[in-house]
Design a protein around this ligand. Sequence first.
Ligand SMILES: N[C@@H](CCC(=O)N[C@@H](CS)C(=O)NCC(=O)O)C(=O)O
Length: 201
Amino acid sequence: MKLYYSPLACSLADHIALREAGFALDLERVDLKTHRTETGRDFHQVSAKGYVPVLVLDDGEIVTENVAVLDWIATAAPKLSAGGRLGRTRTLEALTYITTEIHHAFKPMWRGGAADQKAAAGTKVTALLALPAADMQGDYLFGDRPTVADFYLFVMLLWAERFGVETPGSLEAMRDRMRARPAVRAAMVYEGLLPGETATP
Ligand SMILES: N[C@@H](CCC(=O)N[C@@H](CS)C(=O)NCC(=O)O)C(=O)O
């Protein structure tokens, strides 16, 4: 399968999840300013939506929208979903909160909003992070192993770090724990997010 990604974009969650699942993976970087891929392809020809993540399955089916892509990965690799009778529902519940509330709240920061809009966005993100911080059931959201929701939350925590957003201590600790995982590290090195470290395929 192939993942279209952009460094430090929300597609990093999918990149990490696919590595954690142990799937064979092709990666193609997308320049989100020009909408060209690293092979020179017009990204709009891959997906009319023009944004990452885009996952191309081995049978050629294309999956877009981060929640759908992460749900596909967690269905294919159930160890990356919350357990129990409502496991998938709880995972989707967390993913939806992250995408519609937290990810959305970052928009003024990525889109060059005015200083006061960025400050307000930072305050909002801090408030929104209180909920997952309170919900942690161990080292991660659903216990002692990470799910796809933790990978998406991790990307939000990297964004919070980048923009200097105040973050609950328990989530800072989770961010550090996550960074130490080999698959997470490999994905970050590949995307050039750990300067000085060598990329792995
Ligand atoms: N609704 C989409 C939004 C994804 C999204 O915001 N992707 C950003 C990177 S984090 C992007 O590709 N932006 C480029 C653009 O909109 O042109 C999803 O949930 O997957």
